[in-house]
Design a protein around this ligand. Structure first.
Ligand code: ADE
Ligand code: ZN
Length: 339
């Protein structure tokens, strides 16, 4: 199973680039930019990554992002993530970034987007990994700030496929951002939103109704509303599920309690993703492996997870077909070899 999972071509749809900042790079950037951080070694940073809910993680995560200052830093961050993608056989990735985390510290929007974009272009050329960029609004901030961020993004529309909604779900429901999402749609952006991670199924329902979303990020609490589950199945609205994130942030106590296989077997378009791999102990392969070790899942179902992610991605039908062929070829080769 391990060899199968490692080799399986994968597509990632839920990855916060700031959440791929490994402690070693955090230290290097802190030194390079003369930013003081409250840790004396990367080991000490890792030891501090003990979370009991989403907020306890977010507090540390926003602090970590303070070391990112120059375009080169965002490039280095993104390039390091792409090298991990290569190791895990991730063939396409759609990454989130949080502009407000940086613009609030006086970093220009263009510094952030240009650094990320440069690395992604190089990733396509040198590693053959295709990608898209989604910018997220921080939901703990107000809608005016989201509107301001949307204005910042307009000159870079060619680089950004969609907008999303992340940060603290508790107390910041999707309806707080109805107008700015409407405006983003009018400007031609696709939309997604974190919903039903810590918050109730009602947030998923409202994100679908009011924000025009093409995918639900997390969405695991949909099971609390059987009618909503049926709607997700009927519409094939994808869920970008993040297993290691969910156990680290205590959405599920242990991986054996996770509902991903149950959702898959009910016919939902579920996918596996790493969310913030530097903080939650694993990239794509680690997430697939953790699920396969703790839950009853077949090779066929693991392939289905990859095919679901291709179906849910924001690429052309032609590109989707090429990625599907890669997954099916791999599956064929492995089946032939084991017979
Ligand atoms: N930002 C980064 N990771 C997140 C998560 N899992 N939920 C909400 N906001 C986030
Ligand atoms: Zn997330």
């Amino acid at each position: 199973m391990n060899i199968f999972i490692k080799g399986l071509p994968k597509v990632e749809l839920h990855l916060h680039i700031e959440g791929s900042l490994e402690p070693e790079l955090m230290f290097e950037l802190a030194k390079r930019n003369q930013i003081s951080i409250p840790f004396t070694s990367p080991q000490e940073v890792k030891a501090a990554y003990q979370f009991n809910n989403l907020q306890s993680f977010l507090d540390i995560y926003y602090q970590g992002a303070n070391v990112l200052i120059h375009e080169q830093d965002f490039y280095d961050l993104t390039w390091a993530y792409l090298l991990r993608c290569q190791q895990d056989n991730v063939i396409h990735t759609e990454i989130f970034f949080d502009p407000q985390t940086h613009t609030a510290r006086g970093i220009a929007f263009e510094t952030v987007i240009n650094g990320i974009d440069k690395a992604l272009k190089q990733g396509k050329q040198e590693l053959g990994i295709s990608s898209q960029i989604i910018m997220c609004f921080l939901r703990h901030l107000d809608q005016d700030s989201a509107f301001e961020t949307l204005q910042h993004a307009l000159p870079f529309k060619d680089k950004i496929i969609g907008v999303g909604l992340d940060s603290s779900e508790d107390g910041h429901p999707p309806e707080k951002f109805t107008e700015v999402f409407q405006s983003a749609i009018e400007h031609g952006f696709l939309t997604v939103a974190h919903a039903g991670e810590e918050g109730p199924a009602e947030n998923i329902h409202n994100a679908m109704k009011l924000l025009g979303i093409s995918r639900v990020d997390h969405g695991v609490r949909c099971v609390e509303d059987p009618k909503l589950v049926q709607q997700l199945i009927d519409d094939r609205t994808p869920l970008t599920v993040c297993p290691l994130s969910n156990t680290k942030l205590k959405v599920f106590e242990e991986m054996k309690d996770h509902n991903i296989v149950q959702l898959l077997r009910q016919g939902l378009c579920v996918t596996i993703n790493s969310d913030d791999p530097a903080y939650f102990g694993g990239y794509m392969t680690d997430n697939f492996m953790a699920v396969a070790e703790a839950l009853p899942i077949t090779q066929e179902e693991l392939v289905k997870l990859s095919l679901n992610a291709i179906e849910a991605s924001f690429i052309s039908d032609n590109e989707k077909q090429k990625l599907t062929d890669k997954v099916m070829e791999f599956n064929q080769e492995i089946s032939t070899a084991s017979n």
